[in-house]
Design a protein. Structure first.
Length: 519
């Protein structure tokens, strides 16, 4: 069902009809050469004015101040805004004033794309501007840009800052809130910083399957689909770990991937069903080496972005200067609960959870119970970068047993601002031990744990060919971007976060969105 047009949208369509009557193409296909940007003019004009006598620029009209036979226009391109001085006698030489009087004054709207040629000058008030010599309509906007509106009751509705509007219509958000672009520019810089580090070490960037016959590599609920030709179920990957380790088996010493992963689980301000993870695996290393390497990587990201290791996040100042604090999981739990769980069996842990007012369902195994205690009582306390190390074996079916501490594995998670940012192992490379761990996961699944891992027979076969000692690491790019850009919600660092279907007139929803609830 087509959306009902507003009065402004109806008026803009009528203006489009007028433009067509003038014989002007509102959506021309020919090339418009651009030789300058708003940022370039503002930064360099005063230093070398001779280079700005013949400029060509394009962008959106963001405001117009009419002065009769002339007007001042604010033009916004991808780099910023610049003022234009548009005079009728300049853009319409001779007696024909049609372009200015009819096209520009009556049919051009805020949001329209125009191309302008002219020269740069400084106004009497000291503002650097472009004196337009020609103006060409490049694209007519049929929907007005969002503004602050006031309803009949006198209450204002600011679409410019409304999260519902901003996340659902990111294309418009980027226009009216150009500062939002900086978050995504920094996101790209973060990924480039990591790539530079990996490239300097000689590690290879690779790609692994998104559609997988088994959703392996993490304890998570997957999305499932069906391939009709093969007549088999396929899963959107929950992690790319097992495929990257296959490449270590194949002879690469270091591989990494920036991957889109998918988990069919809850949503909140730090979780989206589709998210970006960087995973890296390096042969002949262990989790101690990986802790040092992780510190190096994250410190470099902060320095590359800000020239400083200190990053402001809400009311906190996070310092990524090496070294980061390190504490074992058992010690962390004792630090914040006063309880030593290191010798407890499953029933004792279940009682401890109940005593702490935490869930202890029958289907929860030892690892799940410990994870619940840490997650509810400890995790939020670690604001500054902290490595939580040495996890119980039940929590880490892909991780190598600790070389000196029975019942534990060589694993760490990096906690920042009370949330997990990175997860790493000394990777399990014993195929017999790995098979036993997978079988234990199967038992958990049969007890009702819908996040337990599948048994990946092909991965076990790969391990039987032999995998060297290996360290692996996964970093959540979305969360890292949130921290590095002082963003409160994961929706702020995703161009197009998942949302509920959009309600239309009559209570209908659009077909282009799914039914996942966003918090």
């Amino acid at each position: 069902m087509e959306e009902e047009l507003s009065e402004q949208e109806v008026l803009r369509r009528k203006k489009l009809e007028e433009i067509v009557k003038l014989g002007i193409n509102a959506y021309p296909a020919d090339l418009f050469e651009v030789n300058v940007s708003a940022k370039d003019i503002h930064e360099n004009y005063e230093r070398d004015k001779t280079n700005y006598k013949n400029v060509s620029i394009a962008g959106r009209i963001m405001s117009v101040r009419d002065m009769g036979k002339a007007c001042f226009v604010v033009l916004q391109d991808s780099t910023g805004r610049i003022q234009l001085y548009v005079r009728r006698d300049d853009i319409c030489p001779g007696d024909d004033k049609t372009v200015y009087d009819t096209l520009f004054k009556k049919c051009i709207d805020l949001g329209d794309f125009v191309g302008v040629t002219g020269f740069v000058f400084t106004t009497k008030t000291g503002e650097i501007s472009i004196h337009a010599g020609s103006l060409k309509l490049l694209s007519k906007a049929l929907k007005p840009l969002p503004v602050v509106k006031t309803d009949k009751a006198g209450e204002s509705h600011d679409m410019v800052t409304d999260p519902e509007f901003r996340y659902r219509q990111r294309y418009a958000d980027l226009v009216v809130n150009p500062q939002v672009k900086e978050v995504f520019i920094k996101r790209s810089q973060i990924m480039n910083s990591l790539r530079t580090t990996f490239h300097s070490k000689g590690y290879l960037e690779v790609e692994t399957p998104v559609l997988q016959p088994i959703p392996g590599g993490a304890a998570a609920r997957p999305f499932v689909t069906h391939h009709y030709t093969l007549d088999m179920p396929l899963y959107l990957r929950v992690a790319n770990e097992l495929y990257l380790k296959r490449l270590i088996v194949g002879g690469f010493d270091g591989v990494y991937e920036f991957s889109k992963d998918f988990r069919n689980e809850g949503m909140d301000r730090t979780h989206n069903p589709e998210f970006t993870v960087m995973e890296i695996y390096v042969a002949y290393k262990d989790y101690n080496w990986m802790m040092d390497f992780t510190e190096e990587m994250i410190e470099k990201v902060a320095l590359d972005l800000y020239g400083d290791t200190k990053v402001t996040l809400a009311e906190q100042v996070i310092d990524f200067q090496r070294p980061f604090r390190r504490i074992s999981m058992y010690d962390a739990i004792q630090e914040h609960t006063g309880i030593d769980i290191s010798t407890m069996d499953e029933e004792a842990l279940r009682k401890t959870c109940r005593d702490l007012g935490l869930p202890a369902e029958p289907g929860m195994g030892k690892g799940k119970l410990i994870d619940t205690i840490f997650g509810e009582k400890c995790e939020a306390k670690y604001i500054q970068p902290t490595f939580i190390t040495d996890y119980p074996i039940e929590m880490s079916p892909l991780c190598k047993k600790h070389r000196t501490k029975a019942g534990l594995v060589e694993r760490f998670e990096l906690m920042v601002n009370g949330k997990e940012l990175a997860n790493a192992y000394s990777e399990l490379n014993d195929p017999l031990d790995q098979r036993e761990r997978f079988e234990h996961q199967l038992q958990l699944s049969q007890k009702g744990d819908d996040e337990a891992m599948f048994i990946d027979q092909d991965f076990l076969r790969a391990l039987e060919y032999g995998m060297p000692p290996t360290a692996g690491l996964g970093i959540g790019i979305d969360r890292l971007t949130m921290i590095m850009t002082n963003s409160h919600s994961i929706q702020d660092v995703l161009f197009f976060p998942q949302m509920r279907p959009e309600a239309r007139a009559g209570g209908e929803a659009t077909e282009s969105t799914n039914t996942t609830k966003t918090n």
